[in-house]
Design a protein around this ligand. Sequence first.
Ligand code: PNS
Length: 199
Amino acid sequence: PRPGGAGGARKKLALIFRASHERPNGAWHGYHEGMSNRVAVVPGSFDPLTLGHLDVIERAAGLYDELHVLVVHNPGKEALLPIAQRVSLIEQAIAERGVKGSIVVAAWSVGLLVDYCTDVGAQVLVKGIRSQIDVAYETPMAIVNRHLAHVETVFLLPDPSHALVSSSLVRQVSQLGGDVSPFVPPAVARYLDTGARGI
Ligand code: PNS
């Protein structure tokens, strides 16, 4: 089996439970009690990265010591960009925006999202919420992830100017030849304008 896979995550989970019972105040997480390195993961399909995503990444980078932006394959969605291209565009967009903080961009396709969190020591997932529809979509995933590995989900509100932007709309506009530059970071707009069509 893959090192750090589901089996490894289950073993680590057992250790977390033991630690929780040993704490006098019943708290099970160190990060309430001055743990020095607060690590969070912003997961998503990012197919492609939008200005709304970048806004959430920038806000989260200001809140945590180390932020992992994780590109996860979502089998429920038909993909536009290869995973490696999504990673590269996120890296370019973060650099061009000058987002401050310790940020890792990575991809994950081999198991549960919480396995990645356990591997990198992250206790928090960060998601952007644009509307009640997002709340309904995210709530079951947040509860499942908390049950699986005590990983909490923190919801951030992006700037309202991004409230109507979604990757699926950008994909559709791009595939039909429309201008997506108002909705995506410049690196993504450049790529969709040229690279994605092989120009
Ligand atoms: O940007 P998306 O498509 O809304 O992101 C959804 C994503 C990829 C974060 C979600 O599908 C996910 O967490 N997939 C990983 C598989 C997993 O861990 N599933 C169980 C908990 S939901």
